[in-house]
Every structure is written in C-alpha cells, then in structure tokens.
Design a binder for this molecule. Structure first.
Ligand code: ADP
Ligand code: ADP
Length: 237
C-alpha cells in the first residue's frame, strides 16, 4: 500500500510540485495519473521512490514513512519500486541482456554487483522477462539498435527482472506512436494483472488513461482534483 498524507513538495525555485496530497493506493491497483504539463504528475511518481523528496507530510510505502529513509533505506526502496522512464534509460552500448540483468543489481551483493556477476537464476529470470514482453529474439542486440517501442519493452523486462512490488512509469509512451503506445500499455497492464504488481502510470492523454486504468487521478497545480474509477470520469468532465 502507498499512502500520501498531506504531502507537499516545494522545489528550491519555489515551484509547487505537490500541494496537500492525500491519496491511498492499494496493492495490485493500476492507477493512471493525468493532467496538463506542469500539473505535478512526475513529482507525484518520483516522490514514491524518493527521486524527489517531499518537503511536508508523510509518505508511506508498505507501511514505512519513506521520508525518513537514509541511503540504505533508499537502496532497499528502489529495489522494491521499479521505474520506467519516457526515454527508456537503457545503457545504449550494452546488449539487451545486460540491460535487463541490471534489474538484479539491487539484489546481488555489493562485490558481485561491482563486477556485474550474475547467478544462473538471475540470467534465467532475465531471459524469462524478455520472453514475457516478446523481445527475447533481440537478447544479444545492442540496446541502441532497437526501435523506441522495443526499447520500452526491454525496460519493462528490466523492471520485471527486478521483481518489484511496485512499478512507476513516468510518461512511458510519450515518445511512441499510437499503435506502439497501446502495445506498451497492454504489456504494463498484463504484468500488473499476472504478477499483481501495484502500477502507477503518468499519461498525457485521457482517452488512453480511460482505456487501461482501474482508477484515475487527475492533477492540476500540484493538487489532486479528481480521484476515482474510470466510470466516474465522464460525470466529472
Ligand atoms: P508534470 O509531470 O505534470 O508535467 P511536474 O511534476 O514535472 O509536472 O512539475 C510540477 C511543477 O514543479 C511545475 O511547476 C514544474 O515547473 C515544477 N518542477 C518540476 N521539476 C522541477 C525541478 N527539478 N526544479 C524546479 N521545479 C520543478
Ligand atoms: P547510478 O547508480 O550510477 O547513479 P543508475 O542508472 O543506477 O545510476 O540510476 C540513475 C537514476 O535512476 C538515479 O537518479 C537513481 O537514483 C535512479 N534509480 C536507480 N535505480 C532505480 C530504481 N530501481 N527505481 C527508480 N529509480 C532508480
């Protein structure tokens, strides 16, 4: 469970990222955050793995207030919380396989991770994850030789390899054309259902949100202005 209790975030330049946000997300939910550019969607998502740190309130992930976390707590948090970015964030010159294995880095011991040593189980899991998003045929390709949609599927495979409890996807389809966007959203939805991974996705487009979300959170100027099931959206707009 994720709980925002009166969470606010003011950036050093005075911009209000979040304002008095109160939201509870149950395990296994698929939540889509919508809102115009600058509404606070990215700040909301990035707070959950502490890529940004709220300046007031309490933010609990799995019962713990993550605003108290120092480095060890943050490492563990980021192993539990997988992240998918608009720009894929793959290591361009590395193979797809190596990129996906990086999902295990938080789980391996420090020495092993320094030398990128992975167990047979890690490798089996990486391969299995690639198969789940139908990109196992590209396993030995260099990441930067793949199309955008393929790279985003690799980044989903990397997250699966991490075996997270939560997946955060910050504008995962903003760089993709519509058919490819739908394909990526379908994989995110499938993974959420099959593995019961709580998933939070930022999207620009309300129609795409309506098609895939269980629940929609609408944001404006850092505030939550709508929070409800898809069936309630049309009444609100
Ligand atoms: P969205 O994801 O909906 O586009 P953001 O969370 O990126 O919205 O931005 C919310 C507000 O916080 C905006 O006013 C934006 O300018 C500001 N903001 C976002 N990131 C930073 C940052 N790193 N430093 C200062 N202000 C920021
Ligand atoms: P490095 O550890 O060399 O700084 P990484 O590629 O591991 O670079 O991380 C890049 C950015 O992504 C950092 O800001 C880091 O905090 C963040 N990050 C790393 N791992 C995760 C994760 N599992 N979930 C979310 N964010 C992460």
């Amino acid at each position: 469970m994720i709980e925002f209790n009166d969470v606010s975030l003011v950036y050093p330049n005075g911009h209000q990222g979040l304002k008095d946000v109160n939201v509870t997300i149950e395990d296994g939910e698929f939540v889509v955050i919508v809102g115009l550019s600058g509404a606070g969607k990215s700040t909301f998502i990035r707070s959950i793995n502490r890529l940004v740190t709220p300046t007031a309130g309490e933010l609990k992930v799995g019962g713990d207030n993550i605003l108290d976390y120092k480095s060890k707590g943050l490492r563990d948090l980021r192993t539990k919380v997988g992240m998918i970015f608009q720009s894929y964030n793959l290591v361009k010159r590395n193979s797809v396989f190596r990129n996906v294995l990086a999902g295990r880095l938080g789980h391996t011991g420090t020495l092993r991770s320094v030398f990128n040593l992975f167990s047979k189980d890690d490798k089996a899991l990486a391969y299995e994850s690639l198969k789940r998003v139908n990109i196992d045929d590209k396993i030995y390709s260099r990441a930067d030789q793949l199309s955008g949609g393929q790279q985003q599927r690799v980044s989903i495979a990397r997250v699966l390899t991490q075996k997270p409890d939560y997946i955060l996807a910050d504008e995962p389809v903003a760089s993709l054309d519509p058919p490819t966007s739908h394909q990526v959203m379908k994989y995110l939805r499938k993974v959420n259902k099959e593995d019961n991974i709580t998933t939070i996705v930022n999207l620009h487009f309300i129609d795409m949100a309506m098609e895939y979300a269980d629940r929609i959170i609408g944001m404006r100027s850092g505030e939550v202005v709508f929070d409800g099931p898809v069936s309630e959206v049309s009444e609100a707009t």
